[in-house]
Design a protein around this ligand. Sequence first.
Ligand SMILES: C[S@@+](CC[C@H](N)C(=O)[O-])C[C@H]1O[C@@H](n2cnc3c(N)ncnc32)[C@H](O)[C@@H]1O
Length: 251
Amino acid sequence: MSADQTTSDTADFGFRDVPRAEKASMVRQVFDSVAPKYDIMNDLMSLGVHRLWKRIFVNAIAAGPNETLLDLAAGTGDIAFLAKERGAGRVILSDINHAMLNVGQGRALERGLAAGLTYVCADAERLPLPDRSVEKVSMAFGLRNCTNKDAVLREVRRVLRPGGRFHCLEFSNLEIAALKPLYDAWSFKALPAIGQRIAGDSESYQYLAESIRMFPDQATLAGMMEDAGLERVAHRNLSGGIVAIHTGWRL
Ligand SMILES: C[S@@+](CC[C@H](N)C(=O)[O-])C[C@H]1O[C@@H](n2cnc3c(N)ncnc32)[C@H](O)[C@@H]1O
């Protein structure tokens, strides 16, 4: 059994166990609440570093002009826009949350980036896309919010064409344990306080901090990807393991 414990009746929602069937709607409420302030909060919470992580991630994806990139948990579109600017052919932005995608659609229009972008509101555990239909799949800061992560990874493999590659950017485990107290103070004290001040919502940011700690570490996630049938799985830590990029191929 993977770290996802898919046979359990409960699922983790941050540090709490909640009925499995309710997690998705609880996560939806979080992102309904944070959507209007999501982008400014990302800058504040990461001191702007998320932009660098995303740039490195999109460069690693390297979606070409003849390729379709499916960006799961696309949110307000950061990955899709960077990929488009970098020369990706077609990008499908998929997210379970209308509010997040709506913000993304508005941003795409403002930037004159609408061509070649399509939007699919869907749960990454059940994608309404044909088998073997895309060359690349990406997911940035999305997997930890999904109830059944194994199902997401199986869907990723199913929709990838043979020879296609999956890239996942997620929070992960710090390489230097001595930095943990500082990181914990930032996550559990500063983030909810900033969330309260900027977005009038400390609880959602408390959940985000907790969900980061509950997410599988580098080796566990790599094992889950292999169990889902992805091959040549590898990972690369950024910022000392605060985040990691995992990759795997469908061969
Ligand atoms: C932290 S945001 C990341 C957004 C974007 N990828 C980025 O890096 O800025 C997480 C996103 O995951 C989405 N999400 C949560 N559960 C999901 C699911 N089961 N399927 C698809 N998207 C989901 C949320 O709606 C939210 O937009």
